[in-house]
Design a protein around this ligand. Structure first.
Ligand SMILES: [Ca+2]
Ligand SMILES: [Ca+2]
Length: 387
């Protein structure tokens, strides 16, 4: 391990010799990417959270109990799911509001490898894996790490949070949300302020593994100080391959940008889809993803309630289904197998939310540039005999 910019990093993912300042540049030997420097990882043993056991069933009562546990910080990472059977068929292309034959209140629309019907705003019959309604002022239990230039760049705001219910169908029972801000000159492995721990050996938001079908709901608000019109890259959510891994650097396998007045869905820096974005309003998203390193198996569909009317059925609110790799593949590298991943294996991804953008974008003090985050849930298919 090498120490770089005050954070412990693995192998060549960090700085080479000669870096002693508080910033880590490509010239120091870091991975260079369009988005600057890769996220730091902190793998001290003390930082590894306890892995809770996933609930075995998901009745409404259990969901509620599980969610409360999540809020208390005891419901976080999940072990990889075992996908017993691949369901034949290509119904995912046929999804749409008019073909939603499933009553989401009664049946979970998530099958192991596909979604039956259109993703609804709520799926109480599915298995709730994790939930954060921002009620805990301490972001650590859910997110693992705050990756900003200073702790003051993060704020739990207690008024004006996303008014939507959780995707479990329960009210949030709070007005809290999390605000992440960057100012000119901030450099935390680039101009960033994000929630999320880049650590596939225990980071609590490493939700995404090979062969898993998961839906990630979240709400974002772009405040008045957010530079939505910029033409430069600007990431507001990542499902990024985690380290330690030789292939952990470079483009995030999945991310969402906000620029040029649009929400933009990218796969490995390849733009898949975009839809109009607005500032100063909460926008609810559902990322329905089958996670696979194989582009012939992986797929995703993004739903977004652009008009805030509580559905994903209006024009521009649902992307096509894209068949792409949704996890990165480990590559040969200096770590070899010492990082726990052999070349060719899929690299688990972690959820990151906040702001990370081209440092040339102006974010003058005192307001800077902010992204507001709230009401995050991750769902898996219900157990075959449960629900
Ligand atoms: Ca909230
Ligand atoms: Ca809508």
């Amino acid at each position: 391990m090498l120490v770089c910019g005050g954070a412990v990093v693995f192998g060549v993912a960090g700085c080479g010799g000669g870096s002693s300042g508080d910033s880590c540049t490509a010239a120091d030997g870091c991975f260079e990417s369009r988005q600057g420097i890769d996220e730091p990882v902190d793998l001290t043993v003390e930082s590894l959270p306890q892995r809770p056991v996933r609930p075995e069933s998901a009745t409404a009562q259990e969901i509620e109990r599980h969610e409360r546990a999540c809020e208390a910080g005891s419901c976080l990472a999940l072990p990889p799911l075992t996908v017993a059977t691949s369901i034949a068929g290509t119904a995912t292309e046929e999804r749409g509001a008019s073909k939603n034959a499933v009553d989401s209140r009664r049946a979970c629309p998530l099958a192991p490898t596909e979604t039956i019907g259109a993703i609804p705003m709520e799926m109480p019959s599915c298995l709730l894996v994790a939930s954060d309604t921002s009620s805990n002022p301490n972001e650590g239990p859910f997110w693992g790490e705050l990756q900003c230039a200073a702790a003051s760049r993060y704020e739990q705001v207690t008024e004006g949070g996303d008014p939507s219910a959780t995707a479990a169908g329960t009210p949030q029972d709070n007005a809290d949300f999390r605000r992440l801000t960057v100012l000119n000159g901030d450099n935390f492995y680039g101009a960033r302020c994000e929630l999320g721990e880049n650590n596939n050996q225990g980071g609590p938001t490493v939700f995404y593994h090979q062969g898993e079908h998961l839906v990630t709901y979240f709400s974002e608000k772009l405040p008045a100080n957010f530079p939505l019109d910029t033409k430069n890259w600007q990431t507001v959510m990542q499902m990024k391959q985690a380290q330690p891994s030789d292939g952990g650097g470079g483009a995030p396998i999945l991310e969402m940008e906000a620029r040029e007045g649009r929400w933009i869905v990218d796969d490995n820096w390849h733009e898949l889809w975009s839809t109009p974005a607005r500032t100063e309003t909460w926008t609810r998203f559902a990322w329905d993803v089958y996670y696979s390193q194989d582009p012939n198996q992986g797929w995703l569909q993004v739903s977004v309630d652009l008009d805030g009317d509580g559905d994903f059925n209006d024009p521009g609110e649902r992307s096509p289904v894209f068949h792409v790799a949704t996890l990165k593949t480990e590559i040969e590298g200096p770590n070899g197998a010492s990082d726990g991943l052999v070349a060719g294996q899929p690299i688990p991804s972690h959820l990151r939310m906040g702001i990370y953008h081209d440092p040339t974008i102006s974010c003058p003090a005192p307001t800077g540039c902010s992204v507001d985050v709230d009401n995050v849930q991750v769902f898996a298919p219900a157990p075959l005999d449960g629900g």
